[in-house]
Design a protein around this ligand. Structure first.
Ligand code: CP
Ligand code: NVA
Length: 305
């Protein structure tokens, strides 16, 4: 049987994604009503982190436990990976001792090399290029609050980073539109984003124009992990790309605000917006848990009839 990995958003088909959303809803309902559901009893998830995390670690670790399995945390700093053991060798060994692996690292190429040498499914927990689990949770959250996302407009304000690239892949797959506004020099790169073409997104010089009429406004930090050396320059370049109340006022009146978190109030978003009436950031964070449980179940036991 071929192994299914989840290294970028479009590794799953549209049908698989909607199947996951159905499962996530069911799994969430079970959990909220204190019903035990242990499809992954005796299964082990290994989580490899090369970058910091709060949400991703917590949601995968507690999610795995709630499904009856267990999770092991490995940090590259205190494992042999940090001392130069080849990724290919680590993949061979780790995948003989576990049932599924989640990795947060730098280049997408690292996770691809790991997956090529793994006997078990590999999940991308964030790379420089993509953050697919985040966007699964974000879209699930949108649907919970507002219904279908197909045909809707999502405005991305800020850096064309891993989260933005993943939103763009999702727009292609699930057929919605992206309005993207980045400062000059930080524009979307179609190939890096893993897109077929630019048919599902439009770029705007002025962030207010991108937000106009949008059903969801979303942003992220100006400086992602791994780009800290550029922080000073980015603070200046991104100063006009802040989501504030004026921007939310030009969006559709039903518009939601999302942020993958952690956020910097006063930089990419004002406190008024992230703590205000449009914001669903806490539901968004919680839903990481529920969608990832559905993902783990799907990758390990397949479709549950
Ligand atoms: N959104 C997200 O992935 O958060 P962490 O960096 O805390 O895992
Ligand atoms: N774009 C951010 C997301 C953090 C969850 C980063 O890569 O640091």
């Amino acid at each position: 049987m071929s192994i299914k990995h989840y290294l970028q958003f479009n590794d799953l088909t549209k049908d698989e994604i909607y199947y996951l959303f159905d499962r996530a809803k069911w799994i969430k309902d079970q959990f909220k009503s204190y019903k035990k559901y242990w499809p992954l009893e005796d299964r082990t998830l290994v989580m490899i982190f090369e970058k910091a995390s709060t949400r991703t670690r917590l949601s995968f670790e507690s999610g795995m436990q709630q499904l009856g399995g267990s999770a092991i945390y490995l940090n590259t700093k205190d494992s042999q990976l940090g001392r130069g053991e080849p990724v290919e060798d680590a993949a061979q060994v780790i995948s003989r001792m576990s049932d599924v692996v989640m990795i947060r690292t730098y280049d997408q190429e690292i996770i691809e090399r790991f997956a090529e040498n793994s006997r078990v499914p590999v999940i991308n927990g964030l790379t420089n290029e993509y953050h697919p689990c985040q966007i699964l949770a974000d879209i699930f959250t949108y649907i919970e609050h507002r219904g279908p996302i197909e045909g809707k407009t999502v405005a991305w304000i800020g850096d064309s980073n891993n989260v933005c690239n993943t939103w763009l892949q999702a727009a292609e797959l699930l057929n919605f539109n992206m309005h993207v506004s980045t400062p000059k020099g930080y524009e979307v790169e179609i190939e890096r984003a893993g897109l077929y073409d630019d048919s599902h997104f439009e770029e705007f010089e002025n962030p207010m124009d991108a937000a106009k009429g949008a059903h969801l406004v979303t942003t992220d930090v100006w400086t992602s992990m791994g780009y800290e050396a550029e922080q000073k320059e980015r603070m200046m370049d991104f100063a006009d790309w802040q989501v504030d109340s004026d921007m939310m006022d030009v969006a559709d009146k039903s518009a939601l605000f999302m942020h993958c978190l952690p956020a910097h109030r006063g930089e990419e978003v004002t406190a008024e917006v992230i703590d205000g009436k449009h914001s669903v950031v806490w539901d968004e964070a919680e839903n990481r848990l529920h969608v990832q449980k559905a993902l783990l179940e799907y990758l390990l036991v397949g479709e549950v009839k």
